[in-house]
Design a protein around this ligand. Structure first.
Ligand SMILES: Nc1ncnc2c1ncn2[C@@H]1O[C@H](COP(=O)(O)OP(=O)(O)OP(=O)(O)O)[C@@H](O)[C@H]1O
Length: 250
């Protein structure tokens, strides 16, 4: 048995997963996930490759269905809800492959997510402030953009309408430091607006300053939950949970 604290319950959690199991075909991937995502902060989901982080995000979004357990979002049971219903309740998902349509322009990619295909101009101006590159490449096809620019399109598309919760899967993978800094600033701005973020990320340096809460997965279960401040201050805990050696974090 893993030693772990009782999952927190209470009104502060926007999203909670209780005893969630997910099967993909014959594979039993999530094996009893207990996860609380508090409101209006950034929760980082860490863990080695194959631990089940992406499967957890896809299960929240209804792209896989939990075979056991319960998911609650903003006071409602969403365990059996379908993806469009989950999106309407205010959750947006930025998958690892970003899902940017190569043949559509940046404008068209964002318009797909705007209700009725109409942009809120003030919100669009705010998004251009977060990601100035999008304004420059507004009429370019998605397929001609760099990886970092595609990531900006994917995040911008997720926030073109107001959302309560963003699920974002490894956004900094393979990106240049300047783009990673831009993403960090954008996430800070989203937090300041009260958006809750659940971020899967392997880049501990990126998340140590941004994260409020941390959950660590291994073998389809959550094996640690706590504050980022506590994990950041405890090199022995980092080494145990993340395989990071003292002084080697970069
Ligand atoms: N479509 C699928 N079919 C079969 N097995 C899958 C499928 N998707 C994921 N898995 C398996 O589920 C396990 C968890 O994968 P998942 O992608 O959730 O892990 P992860 O923690 O996000 O890792 P990574 O950082 O590598 O994406 C892995 O063993 C993976 O091989």
């Amino acid at each position: 048995m893993h030693e772990m604290p009782e999952p927190k319950t209470g009104d502060d959690a926007l999203l909670s997963l209780t005893g969630v199991h997910t099967h993909i075909g014959e594979y039993h991937i999530l094996q009893g996930v207990d996860l609380q995502v508090p409101r209006a902060g950034l929760t980082v989901l860490l863990g080695r490759n194959g631990a089940g982080k992406s499967t957890t995000l896809r299960t929240i979004m209804g792209l896989w269905h939990a075979s056991r357990g319960t998911l609650r979002f903003d006071g409602e049971d969403i365990t059996a809800s379908r993806t469009p219903d989950i999106a309407r309740r205010g959750i947006a998902f930025v998958p690892e492959d970003m899902g940017v349509f190569a043949g559509l322009t940046v404008q068209e990619n964002l318009r797909l997510a705007a209700i009725g295909g109409r942009f809120d101009e003030a919100r669009l101006a705010w998004i251009f402030g977060l990601f100035p590159a999008l304004k420059r490449f507004w009429l370019r096809p998605g397929g001609t953009l760099s990886g970092g620019q595609k990531q900006m399109v994917a995040i911008a598309r997720a926030i073109v309408e107001p959302r309560k919760l963003l699920l974002i899967d490894e956004p900094t993978k393979g990106l240049a430091p300047a783009i990673v800094d831009n993403l960090a600033d954008a996430f800070e701005a989203l937090k300041a607006r009260g958006t809750t973020i659940l971020l899967v990320e392997q880049n501990f340096h990126f998340v140590r300053a941004l994260g409020d809460h941390v959950a660590v997965m291994d073998d389809g279960r959550i094996v640690h939950t706590g504050t980022m401040a506590a994990l950041d201050a405890d090199e022995a805990l980092q080494a145990r949970l993340l395989g990071l050696h003292a002084g080697a974090v970069h």
